[in-house]
Each structure stands twice: as C-alpha cells, then as structure tokens.
Design a protein. Structure first.
Lengths: 410, 316
C-alpha cells in the first residue's frame, strides 16, 4: 500500500514538474493572436525612432481600424530573433529588416511577395525596388533610404581657404593640409563590422571595383587610396577601431575637419549649434567619374505566417506605412531620403541643405544586388582585408586572401 | 510530513507485523533516494544534457536559416568539421584563445595572490582598500569593455595621454595594431579578474593557522621560506579551485572582446568564442558555429577531467 502510494506520489511529482516545464516552454511557443492587434518587429530602439514609428503606426492603425504594436530589438538581433520566432511559429505580422539582411530571410522561404498582397511599386525608382527585391521578387517596401556622403566643417575649410574636394587627389591634398595638431583632415570608419564595409564601398565602387572579385586591380587601388591617407597622417590610426558613431563623435569634438558618414547623424550634429557643417558627394577617383555609394536602410516585409487573412491586413499596413505622406513625415524626421519619387521631390525642396545626399542616393547601389544571401561572407572577408592592409599588409596580399576566404564560403 | 500523516491510517488498516519486510523497506529507501536525486537529474538532463547533445548533433548537420522554417536539417557527415578546420582563421583563433587564457590566468593569479598576502596583514584602512579593489568585479563586463576602449584609444585615450606626460611616448596603438591588441585585451581581462582571485585566495589565507607561521619564525625561517613552505602548500586546494574557475570563465571569453575590438583589427583578437558567434549569428552557418562550440566544450572537458583527478588524489 505504502509502496504503491509512494510510486504514485513520485509519478505525480514528476508529472507535475513535466507539466510545469512544458507549459513554461509552450507559452513561449504558442501565441494567442488577437484579431485586432498586429505586431511589427523592428530595430527602433532609439527613443526618437521608436516614437516616430509609434506615431506612424497609430495613424495607420486608426485608418485601418486596428491596433499596431511595435516590438523593438537592437539592429543586430532582428534576424536571429525573427528566425527563433519562425521556429516557434510565433512570427510577428511585419518585420523590418535591414535591406542587406532581407535576402537571407527571403532565401529561407520566410517572406511573402508584396505584389500578391496588392502593393504597387508605382513612383518608386527602379534602384529602390531592386533594393527591396530578392531574385526578382519584391519582398520589402522601403520607407526611406540613405547612403554615405562627405561631411565637412565649413569654418575649418574657409579658414584654410580650401574648396570642398571632389576627386581623390583633392581629398588627399586637402586632408593633408587640414591635419594640424590633434585635428585630422578626415575621419572614417574602418572598423571590423558592417560599418567599415559600408564606408569602403563608395571608394571601391566609384573606382569600378566588383564585390565578386575582391582581388581585382580596382579594389586594390581603392584600398591603396585609404592606405595613402593613413600614411599621410590624415587619418587617425584608430580608424580601424572606430564605428560610424565614433567617427561622428570625433568630427563633433573638432578632431576631424571632414568625415564620411550618413544622414542618420544629422540629428546629433544639429545638437551643437556652434558647429557649421556642410555636405557633399564623396570624392571620386577621377574628375567626372560617378560617385557610387551603398544604398542603406530598412525594408518592411510580411513574413510567411500561414494566416492569409492576417497577411493581407499586414500588406495593407505596409502599404500605409510606406505611403507617400508617411514616407515624407518619416524622412523629414530622420533626415533620410524618401523612397517614393514624389515624396523625394517634396523632401528636396523642404531640406535643400541635404541636396547632395539626394543625388548620391539616386546613384547608390544595393549591397546584395549581385550576391544576395552570399553578401555576409564577402563582407566578413573584406573587413579582415582592409584591417590587415591598414595595419601593415599590402593591399594586394590582403585582398587576395579575402577573395579566397569569400569563395571558400568561410 | 505529508507522507507520514497519510501512511499512518493506511498502516493501521493493515494487519500489524512486528518485523517489517526488509526487502520492501530497502525498496522504499532506494525510491526515496532517487526522489531526492531526481530533480537534479531532470534539471541537468534538460538544461545541460539536451543542449550538449543538440550541439553535437548540429555540428553534423547542414543547419541554415531555412531549417528554422522547415525544421529539416540534413546530415552532411563531417563537412562542417573539415570546413572549419581547413579555415586558417580557426587555427589563429585557437592560438589566440590559448594565449589569452594562459596570459590572463597567470596575471590574475599572481597579482591576486600578491594582493591577498598583502591584505592578510592587518593595517589601518586595509578593509576599505580591500573593498575598493573589488570594484572591477561589480562593473558589468560590457561596461568595462566600453570604458577601456575609450581609455586605450590611441589619440584621445587617457592612458596614452598619461604616458605622454610621463615622457614615455604615449603613442602605443593599444587596440589598433594587430601586434598589440591581444596583449591589451589580456591586460584588461587581468584587471577584471584580479578581485575574484584576491577574494578567494584571501579567504584561503585566513584559514591557515597562525601558529604555523609562529613556529616557522621560531625556527628562523625567512618570509619567503614560510611563504613557500607554509602558505603555498596550505593554499593548494584553494589554488586549484581558483584556477579551474578562472579557466572556465576565461576560455569562453566573448563579451569583453566584442566590446573592446570586435575580434579585430584584422582578426588579431579572434578567439574560439568570437568565432562561434561569428559563424552562428553573423554568417548564420549554425553547423560551423556548433563545431567551434564543441571544440570549446572539449577543451573544457579535458581540463575538468584533470581537475577531478587532482581532487580525487587530494581526497585520498
């Protein structure tokens, strides 16, 4: 009797423990989808971006008669978070991916073709449609896009009597002249992350370099140009450890006369009223050559949740968030360029000081256009290459090694 | 409590036997023993066994983002392993991990021990100073990393400015030269690890009976002699614990390096920890990430075996 009791007692304890553990894990998996509530996963962790997004979602939610909630995680975690949600069948209705990551998720079969959800690409320039597409399918609607430009300190350049450089030779000469005391002529990021690669691309692409042939002479020349700036002392040796935010800090602190950076820094730059900055296209190898930068920004996607009705509504939300008016509001807030042509035209008039940026965006290229999901391997190889070259190795040897690494997929 | 209150009436209904069945009693006792062990076993299996097995299995699978949708990860034999081992970066990362671990442990332990011996004597403000030295331990690793990144900046860092005013150059490329970066990362990790080593060793020192030192000084032993012949042998068990725990937390280093150098410049501070991270979460090649993770586990396991054997011989 007592033995039987004991067994049943212990089985019950084990059973209870199992139920507890199981329910704890299952509540994580099973998600109650509320009919009127839709979720967006994005990386708007900054207070300002979070607020702008919340306002836009409130407006669209009101128009569509639903509630839209946002869930924000750091940019580097959007992909892994979305993958985990996919495996536990709890994907949100909309995910905002960095455009360079979108192909990876699309390749895995995780995204819905936005055209089948009724989204149109009218008024969106070809380049930006491609930016949100993978293998010809339009998966991601961009609200705004950005790229890099040359920011310069107007006062410093005027005092030195120098014009804004437009070619590599001018950039090199000006940077050298502007380097004085603890101030460097130019600041850029060559850090070991996507930031550094993003900054190298305008030099590589404007020179005709190809990401499929990292050891090609055009890429080697571009890297040699970076090396020459460092050799002149126009760039800080810390360049290899700086992120783009660090570069902005250096520029604002007066430690750099010019910098390569993007419009997302404008808000911070404007907090210092005594800093008079100007913006220009990134100098090109030869006068007359096109300045080609990388297109950056995020795209709104609808993940494949298997619930057709919700996916249709998600499509309408994306359409609303990327509508002409919402794009303009978002672009004016964030200093980025609207994806929609009509919105961009209005934006140009409203923000004439960023004229140079609009031109740079029109000529910019998507990083994943040629390589798709293979971009991350090339990016890692390239980071290692320019870091090796800037710390002593020859550009040729470093890039040769990078090409081997990229093709072996490692 | 519950068992006895419920079994009592049940036993009353049964015919009372003066001699309880020994076999049944033994079974009961075994069951009770298992009852105590079971929660621990379940916990270990669930939270250690399962991930471990899963990681080993994953290293033989072609595990990509697609797997998260289909749940299908085809086995690909030893492809992941040969792929990782052929990569020159793996050898580099393994070497960096060993140098980093050995260097950090050596520095942390020696300085920690010296400080513990120092604070073992009583002197005014000793307690205050000792608690101040604990500070690095209280600061989150990522915060330390970010702060040290600023301190070690080549142009604007405090350390170089300080060295400059002392006339010691002040242009050391702490984090920006592949030749120096690993050393800098080790130095920061030593700074972080000193308090832990000091506290544990200090505790061990307090346990050593004072009489031993008194007897030694009566015998005319020098300070060095009594350190070598009394302190070190008496501290041995504590030293083993400190080194093993230190090894475990150092060999898998990730957060500090990500905050300080991100594995750069030019992969000069890439360790097995950062390589796993890069494979799994940047390239999303989870199979390759699992391989590097398994190598890390294997290294720790070898060390754990040594530790257990050392413990056993000590117990005898």
């Amino acid at each position: 009797m007592s033995k039987r009791f004991n067994t049943s007692f212990s089985t019950r304890i084990v059973a209870a423990a199992c139920v507890l553990v199981a329910s704890a894990t299952l509540t994580g998996c099973g998600q109650d989808r509320d009919d009127g509530v839709y979720t967006v996963l994005n990386s708007s962790t900054d207070e300002t971006y979070h607020r702008w997004d919340a306002e836009a979602m409130a407006r669209c939610g009101k128009r569509l008669g639903i509630t839209i909630e946002q869930q924000s995680v750091p940019a580097a975690q959007v992909m892994t978070k979305a993958l985990r949600m996919a495996s536990s069948k709890s994907l949100p209705d909309i995910v905002q991916f960095d455009a360079s990551e979108m192909p990876t998720f699309a390749e895995a079969g995780g995204l819905i073709d936005l055209r089948t959800l009724g989204l149109s690409t009218r008024d969106i320039p070809r380049g930006i449609v491609d930016f949100g597409s993978y293998k010809g399918t339009y998966y991601g609607a961009a609200r705004s896009v950005n790229t890099l430009a040359l920011f310069y300190n107007k006062d410093v350049l005027r005092q030195a009597g120098l014009p804004v450089p437009t070619t590599w030779d001018e950039l090199r000469a000006s940077a050298k002249k502007l380097t004085r005391g603890k101030r460097y002529g130019l600041a850029l990021s060559a850090g070991g992350a996507e930031d550094g690669v993003f900054q190298f691309l305008p030099f590589m692409w404007s020179n005709g370099g190809d990401e499929r042939r990292l050891d090609g002479p055009r890429v080697v020349q571009a890297l040699d140009f970076w090396k020459s700036l460092l050799k002149d002392g126009s760039l800080s040796k810390s360049t290899v450890s700086w992120t783009q935010a660090d570069v902005n800090d250096q520029f604002m602190a007066g430690n750099a006369a010019m910098m390569i950076n993007g419009p997302w820094q404008v808000e911070t730059l404007n907090t210092d009223k005594s800093l008079h900055w100007g913006i220009a296209r990134i100098p090109v190898p030869r006068a007359g050559a096109a300045s080609v930068g990388p297109l950056g920004g995020a795209v709104l996607t609808v993940p494949n949740t298997g619930d057709a009705a919700r996916e249709r509504m998600a499509g309408r939300i994306v359409a609303c968030l990327s509508s002409e008016q919402e794009q303009l509001t978002y672009a004016l807030n964030s200093w980025m360029v609207p994806a929609n042509e009509k919105a961009a035209a209005v934006w140009r008039k409203r923000v004439p000081e960023l004229q140079a940026l609009a031109g740079q965006v029109a000529a910019a290229r998507s990083r994943t256009a040629e390589l798709g999901a293979g971009w991350s391997s090339v990016s890692l190889a390239l980071q290692s290459a320019f870091q090796s070259a800037l710390t002593g190795q020859s550009s040729q040897a470093a890039l040769k090694r990078a090409q081997q690494r990229a093709t072996s997929g490692n | 409590m519950t068992t006895s209150s419920i079994t009592a009436p049940a036993a009353a209904r049964e015919p009372r036997t003066t001699v309880p069945d020994p076999a049944r009693q033994r079974r009961r006792r075994t069951l009770a023993r298992w009852g105590f062990v079971a929660p621990a076993v379940v916990f270990m299996l669930l939270f250690f066994g399962y991930p471990l097995v899963r990681n080993v299995v994953m290293s033989f699978q072609h595990y990509t983002p697609k797997t998260f949708f289909t749940g299908h990860a085809p086995f690909n034999g030893t492809d992941n392993w040969s792929h990782v081992f052929r990569d020159a970066l793996f050898g580099k990362a393994l070497w960096h991990t060993l140098v980093f671990t050995a260097g950090s442990l050596l520095g942390q332990f020696c300085i920690g021990l010296a400080l513990a011996v120092f604070f073992n004597r009583r002197f005014p403000l000793g307690g205050v100073l000792r608690s101040l030295i604990l500070l690095p331990w209280l600061v989150p690793m990522v915060v330390s990393g970010v702060v040290w990144r600023r301190i070690l900046d080549q142009d604007t860092g405090v350390l170089n400015s300080f060295l400059g005013t002392l006339g010691l150059g002040g242009h050391t490329p702490w984090l920006t030269s592949p030749g120096v970066a690993l050393l800098s990362v080790i130095l920061v990790n030593i700074w972080i690890g000193i308090p832990f080593n000091m506290v544990i060793l200090y505790g061990g020192l307090q346990e050593i009976p004072r009489e031993l030192y008194e007897a030694a000084s009566l015998d005319g032993a020098s300070a060095w002699r009594s350190f070598r012949s009394i302190t070190l042998p008496m501290l041995r068990p504590v030293i083993t614990v400190v080194l093993v725990l230190g090894f475990m937390s150092t060999v898998k280093i990730l957060d500090l390096i990500l905050a300080l150098t991100d594995g750069g410049p030019a992969d000069a501070t890439q360790t097995l920890g950062t390589l796993t991270y890069q494979n799994s979460f940047v390239q999303l090649d989870f199979g390759a990430g699992a391989v590097v993770g398994n190598v890390l586990i294997l290294i720790s396991a070898v060390f754990a075996v040594f530790y257990l054997r050392a413990n056993r011989t000590e117990g005898k």
